[in-house]
Design a protein around this ligand. Structure first.
Ligand SMILES: NC(=O)c1ccc[n+]([C@@H]2O[C@H](COP(=O)([O-])OP(=O)(O)OC[C@H]3O[C@@H](n4cnc5c(N)ncnc54)[C@H](OP(=O)(O)O)[C@@H]3O)[C@@H](O)[C@H]2O)c1
Length: 372
């Protein structure tokens, strides 16, 4: 169904889409290559929200270079949009340009519009195919797909640990367990996320900024703090700069003063309590999805990590493993109870294993009952 050159052009479109990794949020990262008579005539990728989508960029590129679009093939990593959002529909623009073929890597994951863009193109007499390098395209927009299909972000839990799985000394000291290359890589994962989440324990112990510094990005992810009782100091570094979103269990007279002090630091407070007086974590994910969060990057201590995992709020673990041992009394990674039998263990699947300087980087996905 697809030729060798189709693969080559779609691979190029995926590489272009990758250029929007840090910038397209909350929109998906999309790449487009226009080919006519075997020659690439235009290329584009999604610009920051509200600006051109990949197809429009590629058409502008082709026209600027003096190329005729009629009869061209468009390779796009996501089904062209069919609706008026902040920009007009790309499907219409492709029809007006009289392209002959459109090859899409995957359908739009939004169930409300999925397939519609392709149908509009087909109705206009364009030869439309879908599914070329679909899994690569899906990976690139794993958070967008999650938000559209599950109404929750893709949750990636980052942990830096010793080889015996410890994340800090009993004293709380944890900086730094891993080397510089691993830490810089961690910032690249922060940069691609829509939001970075941490817990009150980490804020009290480490006072982190939770910003992206080690890589160049024009966009800082939103910062999110889980703080049931509003215990955070208004002077904490997490409140410096852009507003931080704080989820607490309740907002009432008991914490009104603390709430005011945090608001004065620009924090936005959201009360989402559960029956245990803690933050309702699944509901929090729903709220973040409502706010356009695609990928949520978690950098918390073992307690919040444990709560998130227990409540089914984690999709993958990004673990940096340092070649050192910290001992059994040091802090663990994830506070979960041992299962009664091995049958009940939390199962993971290694997605990738890489070496970064002296450390290892492991990306492991949580295997759910549906996957098994
Ligand atoms: N190596 C690493 O990758 C790494 C990364 C981050 C932090 N750390 C280390 O971790 C240590 C801090 O660990 P930690 O476990 O205390 O920090 P944490 O996980 O960031 O925060 C712990 C707090 O989260 C709250 N929490 C847990 N579940 C909750 C829920 N469902 N709703 C609301 N709040 C919930 C609890 O607060 P309440 O008791 O108020 O309910 C708990 O005290 C520090 O030493 C830090 O250096 C290491």
């Amino acid at each position: 169904m697809f030729s060798q050159s189709d693969f080559v052009h779609m691979e190029r479109a995926l590489a272009l889409a990758q250029r929007g990794l840090y910038t397209t949020d909350p929109n998906p990262r999309v790449g487009c290559v226009l080919v006519r008579d075997g020659v690439v005539i235009g290329e584009g990728y999604t610009q920051p929200a509200g600006q051109d989508h990949a197809e429009i960029q590629a058409m502008k590129d082709a026209r600027t270079r003096g190329h005729e679009l009629r009869g061209a093939t468009a390779y796009v990593t996501l089904e062209p949009c069919s609706h008026f959002g902040r920009t007009p529909p790309c499907a219409n623009a492709l029809i007006e340009a009289k392209v002959a073929r459109v090859i899409a890597a995957m359908e739009d994951p939004n169930p409300l519009v999925s397939g519609r863009g392709l149908a509009i193109l087909r109705d206009a007499g364009i030869d439309v195919r879908c599914g070329l390098l679909a899994s690569e395209a899906r990976e690139l927009n794993i958070g967008f797909v999650s938000r559209m299909t599950r109404k929750r972000p893709w949750v990636r839990m980052k942990v830096a640990a010793s080889l015996d799985g410890r994340t800090g000394l009993p004293s709380g000291e944890s900086q730094w367990i891993t080397g510089e290359a691993a830490r810089a890589d961690g910032h690249a994962w922060r940069a691609r996320a829509s939001a970075i989440l941490t817990g009150i324990g980490t804020v009290k112990e480490d006072d982190p900024r939770m910003t992206v510094r080690a890589v160049n990005t024009p966009r800082q992810p939103k910062r999110v703090l889980i703080d049931s009782r509003l215990d955070a100091s208004p002077l904490a570094q997490i409140f410096v700069g852009a507003p931080t979103l704080v989820f607490c269990a309740a907002l009432d007279e008991s914490n009104a003063e603390r709430a005011e002090a945090l608001r004065a630091r620009g924090a936005e407070l959201v009360a989402l309590g559960n029956e245990h007086g803690k933050v309702d974590l699944p509901a929090m994910l729903g709220e973040l999805a409502e706010r356009g969060v695609n990928e949520l990057h978690v950098e918390a201590g073992y307690k919040l990590n444990g709560s998130l995992l227990r409540e089914g709020c984690v999709d993958e673990l990004l673990v940096y493993v340092a070649p050192s041992l910290l001992g059994t009394s040091s802090l663990g990674m994830i506070d979960i109870a041992a299962p009664a039998t091995l049958e009940g263990r939390t199962r993971l699947a290694f997605h990738s294993v890489d070496r970064l300087g002296n450390d290892l980087r492991i990306l492991a996905r949580v295997v759910t009952a549906q996957d098994a």
